[in-house]
Design a protein around this ligand. Sequence first.
Ligand code: MN
Length: 292
Amino acid sequence: MNALLKPANAVKVSRSREVEQVIVGHPTSDGAGVKLTRVLGQSLHQRLDPFLMLDAFGSDSPNDYIAGFPDHPHRGFETVTYLIAGRMRHRDSAGHEGLLQNGGVQWMTAGRGVIHSEMPEQEEGVMEGFQLWLNLPARDKMTAPWYRDFQSQEIPELVTDEGVNVRVIAGASHGVEGAIQKPVTEPLYLDLHLPAGSSFVQNIDPTHNAFVYVYRGEVTISGQAVSKQQMAIFTHSPNADGVVIEAANTSRVLLIAGRPLREPIVQQGPFVMNTQQEIVQAINDYRSGRLA
Ligand code: MN
């Protein structure tokens, strides 16, 4: 268990953002046939800038996950994998290797390019987690690849006065710094465990895009119910200084926010660049062995 921190400062949200749109992810598969739910896809690139993708996966049937994600390339952005349950091994062409398991996070900056694999190290039991794609600013898209994994006990956790357990993956909450801080996009990534009858408040810069994904229970935001397996996108309001999330029943929620880059986004599969020409370059580099 982590040492549970107390809030370092009192947080007050005088006006919460509201829910602009509730989205239900669609079932798909990726890698060598891993079943998953794509919660955030290309149609939300502009609206949720700098976030490019959120996949949720969860199954106790090995057929849904056993094939994993064999060697494949990425260029131009970052991937953040959060494993709630299971064991997954990462290996990449930059020489990084790590075992991600129960509650751990892997943060990979693909930059100019990596080829990596993400393979289950279990043949039975539950595999559950999320992969978030975070864009890089144009000037950093060709940066050197970077990788780090955080075991569960390395992720700062706090408990609010209302008993909400907050795992601070990125950014900061209630004065507690998360495992990762990133300039430019300033991502906030919280995993909230809300007991029945609790509410949670978080200050968020009014210019940042923000959303929640509910993966257990149901929450209410400014009177709008958001159920399990739904994503809610928060409105922008210059007068709103944060969000208030209420849980009638025990619930678990990802709260994610970041500063939009407001740059052109061109995606083709595992490459996300600013122009079509840069995409063609990425494909050529990959085919000729110059990507990694
Ligand atoms: Mn990948």
